[in-house]
Design a protein around this ligand. Structure first.
Ligand code: 5AD
Ligand code: SF4
Length: 459
């Protein structure tokens, strides 16, 4: 049986895709990239913005068309849209299976049944905000540790989930409604998994959580924090680089985490900590529990402990009620924060969230677009300045593989293809070298810079 998996969305989703894929490979499926060959197509979906959902729906339209001539093709939808839309998605002509993120341990059975008998099946979590019954959490935990070692999409790198769900309820965000309440995984399960990964040759581990810095697990007398996890993981042989994403601006454990970063050569000096807005009024309406000034102080604290930490942020422009003045406060924050890079999104109302229920989407599409472009330009200038500091310097990078857009580089390769790599501080570096370097560390010298990419030569 041939399986095609298509994945949309964040790193959490990529991790789920990897888990489900390896579970199905274990069950005898082989992977294909061609719909023509596939017996089963699985789509892992994202609900964070409307645009993400539209892309999935258009893909499903395409599958519906294919199924007209191949009615036996089984189509399964997993991920956030599956949980959010449930039976409404199952009504789609193309779809056989709808399975929410907390139900993925059932995926093999669901597919086997769908292949045997042509019935539709729905597996979504009924009361998603309720703590899951023990047997369900147990099933997820077992699924995670059984299949969590196989992701080979980037050689020598792996993601390990440390927590599921989110309790923050930022007013614009659908995540708490589709991924459920915050649950931290037991530290011994996480450490065990990292050991296995290291034994398989993995060199870089990224710890994943929606608010990864709020990781908390009570074990006997001790409450484990992310700082404790990083400390323990940093002592595992073979793990050379450790990262964690995404951090929520919060005081709890913050100094401890930054101190582990300062003290452990293996914890990368990189922090992804979204601010979302620079305006206190908007932050309040977003239900983010801090002010712009406090957030900037937190960055100062991070830099006081780890002077070279590179910081990335996220912003939403055009949140309901965002005036020109509010937007200027965001511009101001971006100027002061000196991010390595910032991801900027236009507000997209999500059904069921507090901001969608209570607030009108007042900012026009044109204004959102203009603010998006303007903020990007402000950030680009800063990214460019920070990148220029690398000129002529030698840096250690971990090579990911062949560059996907090699034509953008003007540097001669001497017969070698262009590779893409990252520094510990998450800067993207491209240079020419043999493909065999994928998954290896390499020392390179930066010869040219641009806002988002550093160009280098091997030394
Ligand atoms: N509209 C626009 N952007 C959003 N994000 C989350 N929800 C929304 C939304 N409704 C952004 C936030 C978050 C990132 C993953 O996506 O900036 O940090
Ligand atoms: Fe969404 Fe806020 Fe939770 Fe992040 S912290 S997943 S933005 S609710």
């Amino acid at each position: 049986m041939k399986l095609l998996v298509k994945s949309f969305g964040c790193q959490m989703n990529k991790l789920d895709t990897a888990l489900v894929t390896s579970a199905l490979e274990d069950a005898g499926f082989s992977l294909t990239e061609s719909v023509k060959e596939a017996d089963v197509v699985l789509i892992n979906t994202c609900s964070v913005r409307e645009h993400a959902e539209q892309r999935v729906l258009s893909h499903m339209g395409h599958l519906k068309h294919i199924k007209e001539s191949r009615p036996d093709l089984v189509v399964g939808v997993i991920g956030c849209m599956a949980q959010r839309l449930g039976d409404r998605l199952l009504e789609h002509e193309a779809v056989n299976i709808v399975c929410g993120p907390a139900e993925i341990p059932q995926i093999k059975e669901l597919i086997t049944e769908a292949l045997k008998e042509k019935k539709k099946s729905l597996a979504v979590t009924k009361k998603i905000r309720r703590k899951a019954p023990d047997e369900k959490s147990q099933a997820l935990e077992e699924f995670e540790s059984a299949y969590g070692i196989e992701d080979e999409s980037i050689p020598a790198q792996a993601f390990v989930r440390v927590m599921r769900g989110c309790n923050n309820f930022c007013s614009y965000c659908v995540v708490p409604y589709v991924r459920g309440p915050e649950v931290s995984r037991p530290p011994e399960a996480i450490i065990e998994q990292i050991k296995k990964l290291a034994d398989h040759g993995v060199k870089q581990i990224t710890l994943l959580g929606q608010t990864v810095n709020s990781y908390k697990y009570k074990k006997g007398e001790k409450t484990w924090s992310l700082a404790d996890l990083l400390d323990a993981a940093g002592n595992i042989d073979g793990v050379e680089w450790l990262r964690f994403v995404t951090s929520y601006p919060s005081e709890e454990f913050f100094d401890e985490i930054m101190q582990v970063m300062a003290g452990s050569p293996r914890v990368c000096e990189y922090l992804h900590m979204p601010a979302q807005s620079g305006s206190d009024k908007i932050l309040h309406a977003m239900n983010r529990n801090y002010t712009g000034a406090w957030y900037l102080e937190l960055l100062d604290r991070a830099r006081a402990i780890v002077p070279d930490v590179s910081i990335a942020g996220d912003f939403i422009v055009g949140f309901p009620g965002e005036t020109e003045e509010d937007f200027q406060a965001t511009v101001d924050m971006v100027e002061k924060a000196r991010y390595k890079n910032a991801f900027i999104f236009k507000y997209s109302p999500r059904p069921g969230t507090a901001s969608d229920k209570r607030l009108q989407d007042t900012v026009s599409a044109e204004v959102k677009q203009r603010r998006n472009v303007e903020l990007l330009a402000v950030q680009e200038k800063i990214s460019d300045e920070l990148s220029r500091d690398f000129l002529g310097k030698q840096v250690k990078v971990l090579v990911e593989g062949l560059s996907k857009k090699p034509h953008l580089n003007s540097i001669e390769g001497g017969g070698n293809p262009q590779l893409v790599a990252r520094t510990a501080t998450d800067y993207i570096v491209v240079f020419n070298g043999p493909v065999s370097l994928a998954g290896q560390f390499s020392d390179v010298k930066i010869t040219k810079t641009s806002p988002l990419t550093l160009f280098a030569e091997r030394v």
